[in-house]
Design a protein around this ligand. Sequence first.
Ligand code: NDP
Length: 315
Amino acid sequence: MAARVLDGKRIRDEIKAELVGKVRALKAAGITPGLAAVLVGTNPASEVYVRNKVKTSAALGLFSEKIDLPASTSTLELLDLVDRLNHREEIDGILIQLPLPPQVDQSLVLNAVDPAKDVDGLHPINVGRLVSGDYGLVPCTPAGVIEILKRSGIPIRGARAVVIGRSDIVGKPVALLLMHEHATVTVCHSKTRDLAAVAREGEILIAAMGRPAFVAGEFIRTGATVIDVGINRLTTEEEVRRVFHDPTGPLRLLAEKGQVLAGDVQPEDVKKRAGAYTPVPGGVGPLTIAMLMANTVSAAGARRGRPAPKSSDEC
Ligand code: NDP
């Protein structure tokens, strides 16, 4: 039977539609959720991400503010900005777009964000809450992974889940969320022995490595649900031929756009072995901004002692 495609765009649109209702309910109570997005320097990818975040905020009826700072900005200047944003009542979410320039002490800046406004879920207090299971603001991409699984009706409770990758932004939080959802979780990394065999134990397999098409057929248990978090930009014909068994379409795309996106999972193998999988693009990627919006809306409610209503409350 053909593997089922888990459509991230459809789930993103569903979440956004629910958020519109939640924002309306908050506004009726005099609360407009506000997001401040801070961009330091001129990294083109970061500029696109921040622009999309601000655009989505506006489309959902949030107040948003984009703050552009020069690449030469110092740690002290950023700390001063974060302090001002922490004290501004109308700002509920503070997003510091990463990476920051090398002269900036990234963790000092992230740790200065008020945990109640930490919509990226990276502050140690929010990380601790995630570990303990009493969590509110969690990192957006891992939260998106859980939304895809739940909204696609994939059973998590009791399932064997294998996560490849242990970064603070993706691998660790996704593993913790799966554990809190009662999966039995194994976390793999670059030192894991016999990785393919361990991965093959997963009824749910999460690939978050940053290695294009590394997860080949032998890593995938027959019928597993495979969530591909990887976003790798291929820019040469050689890379495209290495990743795609049939490179015709991708090579055309490379000629047109100058780059082709590939996940961490071999895109043709997964169709043959998995029961369900997220494509790249169009799988996990679309969820990240939606979950940032969800975090901002819930921060706005929580900061005023008013948890955001569930979408069904407004129906
Ligand atoms: P990191 O580079 O921070 O972490 C990669 C992890 O993968 C590490 O834990 C590393 O192990 C592990 N790893 C790397 N190579 C291997 C290997 N050969 N075998 C086993 N494990 C390996 O990446 P991120 O977690 O930040 O991102 C992962 C991917 O997800 C990237 O492609 C990124 O672009 C994408 N991403 C997508 C997002 C989205 O919106 N969809 C958002 C964020 C990231 P070790 O710890 O031992 O080094």
